[in-house]
Design a binder for this molecule. Structure first.
Ligand code: C2E
Ligand code: CA
Ligand code: CA
Length: 398
């Protein structure tokens, strides 16, 4: 929480906090131990001559000491510690390795939700190394053409007609096979490579829709949605990236919808607002992804120039199960419609979910019930089959 204190109370308060933390940590340890500040908000404690049993107590003592608020001038703040523990032997272990292991464990503690302690295990190092490897390889992979887009149809609930598709990236890794985005997007998102990836996805998706339109496979109303990560949306070049992808593919902006998650919207409000307004001016539509999971204030939704709200799967999962599940989805659909936006239900797997959604006024959906994400040829075939059906046949009733 150090950055938060620095940002909200100023660097003077941040310095005071570091001094206060140092004093508290020093008071917990005897003369045979070493307490040091490592840099930034990281501290290292070398605990001498203890067995594994005592280690838990060391961590516990530190966490308990943080329960008391810190007094900084007239302010009181409560901050949390993420602790990584590593066990070593003075005779055999290198100090550098010991620190690295503790560092790896600390990152796991942070990732698992802060205010906790993790003990280093060799498998953690393996996982951290793999993450680094993936991030390093991704750049080259984009250049070598190892990424592909799959497309999940977006359908009209009342007749099952395909009106658009969501572009979802996959990595055809030469050694590790077909990687789902969960294996590399979260890693990429912490690094600049996510912008290179986002540009690639924009270009590939625009070229694909342009080709489908030329070949007469899709009609001019058909659109493809592209996911952009928060970091890319905050990048000053993002509008240019969208504009040049459209221009290079000779595609009208109306064929593209940009999806941003709800948490992206709350990140850097002013910058995001300007970027989204510029994208709107270009003519692309905007969707709020994973709606309902970002804890944003409802008023944000009305103040951004969005066109679509994607109702997260976690809500869809309960829509046909419980009255409160249905009530939540009804509220989101009505909120969306009240603001003049369309609602798209995500992750629809069962027929009774589709029926319930339609009953609640939701008009659009995607999910395994209708189709999994498909390779480009698969999407083209699905659209063709759709066109071949003369009388509308409700997918929910098929
Ligand atoms: P998302 O944007 O929420 O995408 C929806 C995910 O739900 C997709 O997973 C899709 O395959 C999956 N899904 C769709 N229907 C169903 C269903 O009925 N049941 C279940 N269980 N799952 C369903 P996928 O393709 O693994 O993508 C995961 C996430 O990775 C996406 O979540 C998105 O956040 C991210 N992602 C994918 N492609 C890109 C991309 O090009 N750029 C960025 N920045 N992120 C991407
Ligand atoms: Ca999405
Ligand atoms: Ca989503």
């Amino acid at each position: 929480d150090f950055k938060m204190v620095n940002d909200s109370l100023g660097h003077g308060a941040g310095d005071e906090l570091l001094v206060a933390v140092a004093a508290r940590l020093s008071a917990l340890h005897g003369p045979e131990d070493t307490v040091a500040r490592f840099g930034g908000d990281e501290f290292a404690i070398l605990v001498a001559d203890h067995g594994p049993a005592d280690l838990d107590q060391v961590a516990e003592r530190v966490m308990v000491s943080f329960r008391q608020p810190f007094v900084l001038g007239t302010d009181e703040v409560t901050v949390h510690a993420s602790i990584g523990l590593a066990l070593g032997q003075a005779e055999t272990d290198d100090a550098g390795d010991l620190i690295r292991n503790a560092d790896v464990a600390m990152y796991v503690a942070k990732r698992n939700g802060k205010d906790r302690c993790e003990v280093f295990e060799a498998s953690m190092y393996e996982a951290a190394r793999r993450r680094l490897e993936v991030a390093g390889e991704l750049h080259g992979a984009i250049g070598r053409g190892e990424l592909v887009l799959h497309y999940q149809p977006v359908v009209e609930l009342h007749n099952g007609r395909i009106v658009g598709a969501e572009a979802l990236v996959r990595w055809q890794h030469p050694e590790r096979g077909f990687l789902p985005p969960s294996e590399f997007i979260p890693i990429a998102e912490t690094r600049a490579v996510i912008i290179t990836l986002g540009r690639w996805v924009l270009n590939a998706a625009c070229r694909q829709v342009a080709a489908w339109r030329r070949e007469g496979i899709v009609d001019p109303e058909f659109y493809v949605t592209v996911n952009l990560s928060a970091r890319h949306v905050q990048d000053p070049g993002v509008v240019d990236d969208v504009v040049s992808a459209l221009r290079d593919a000779d595609l009208p902006a109306s064929a593209i919808v940009i999806e941003v998650t709800e948490s992206t919207l709350i990140h850097d409000l002013e910058r995001t607002r300007i970027t989204l307004a510029e994208l709107k001016r270009v003519g692309v539509r905007l969707a709020v992804d994973d709606f309902g999971t970002g804890y944003s204030s409802l008023s944000y939704l009305g103040s951004f120039p969005v066109d679509l709200v994607k109702i997260d799967k976690s809500f869809v999962d309960h829509v046909a199960k419980t009255p409160s599940g249905a009530a939540l989805v009804r509220a989101v659909v009505e909120l969306a419609h009240g603001l003049g936006l369309k609602a798209v239900a995500e992750g629809v797997e069962e027929r009774d979910q589709a029926v319930a959604l339609e009953g609640l006024g939701c008009t659009l959906a995607q999910g395994y019930l209708f189709a999994r994400p498909l390779p480009a040829e698969g999407l083209a075939a699905a659209v063709a089959a759709d066109h071949a059906v003369n009388a509308p046949v409700g997918a929910a009733h098929r």
